[in-house]
Design a binder for this molecule. Sequence first.
Ligand code: NAP
Length: 278
Amino acid sequence: MKENDYYQEKTCIVTGGNSGIGYALCEELLRRGANVYMAGRDPSKVAAAARALGDHGERLRTLIVDVTKQDQVQRAIEGAAGEAGQLDLLFNNAGIGGTIQYEKATLEDWKTIIDTNVWSVIYGVHAAVPIMLRQGAGHIVNTSSIAGIVPPPMQALYSLTKFGVTGLTECLRYEYAEKGIRFSTICPANIATPIFKKSIDGTVHEQLGIPDDAYPVEKAVNEILDKVAAGAGIIVVPEKPWTSMWRKYWAGDPEIEEFLLKMAHDRRESFETKGTYY
Ligand SMILES: NC(=O)c1ccc[n+]([C@@H]2O[C@H](COP(=O)([O-])OP(=O)(O)OC[C@H]3O[C@@H](n4cnc5c(N)ncnc54)[C@H](OP(=O)(O)O)[C@@H]3O)[C@@H](O)[C@H]2O)c1
């Protein structure tokens, strides 16, 4: 099967679908022939994002769901699957960033980021697995991060959540392979989205830009969807230089040890002089 055909007529739910990677996923899934439920927490943002995608008739629908609330996630996923008669792909994509010096983080920050990045995925998987088991098929795609396979300094909170997502998704990939349910973990690195402007508490800092070297989101999503269709487990995007860095880190390469120590130094200096890490 060609990568593009994989999504034809499939029912997909994308959380965090109104912005960044989630929005680009909705757009590209529609282009590849899928029926898409764009899920987001803010009705006006979701409506505006859905409008921006144009008229896809019944192929694009919206769901209002705060992913930190189990009852909302459960209702949204069961409702969409019931309405469509099937649930083929669930993209647990919603999440928040968190690049902050460890000593500056409050316990409230920890709670917010774990609720948003970890419990959201647990709730999504919890709702989708029984449906997919009944169907004997399905694909759950959880968004982790490069910080979910390599530990960047000043990202202890974020990295904890994303290592959790990677671990959960990889375990389930093996556990459910013979039951027909596929699992993929997306590990993006530096993709050009509004995430760089937001802090853990949701404040948007308009004065912060997106890093110049960030990878274009449409390109990232095309690569992601090709690899999801091919059944890949861990999907690092962009592949260069991050895949080799990931492998070298786990091989104990001194070059990566030096790189991460320098990153810690540079980020601390940047926080102290500019108030941001880049
Ligand atoms: N961009 C990168 O470089 C990068 C790198 C690694 C991993 N990621 C991961 O990629 C995923 C998407 O991020 P992005 O870069 O596309 O950022 P983004 O543009 O900020 O999008 C995040 C989306 O998640 C939604 N969201 C946050 N909290 C939510 C909640 N409680 N309930 C429902 N929706 C919620 C946001 O909704 P609102 O618009 O209402 O806030 C938004 O739609 C995240 O999991 C992120 O950790 C991104």
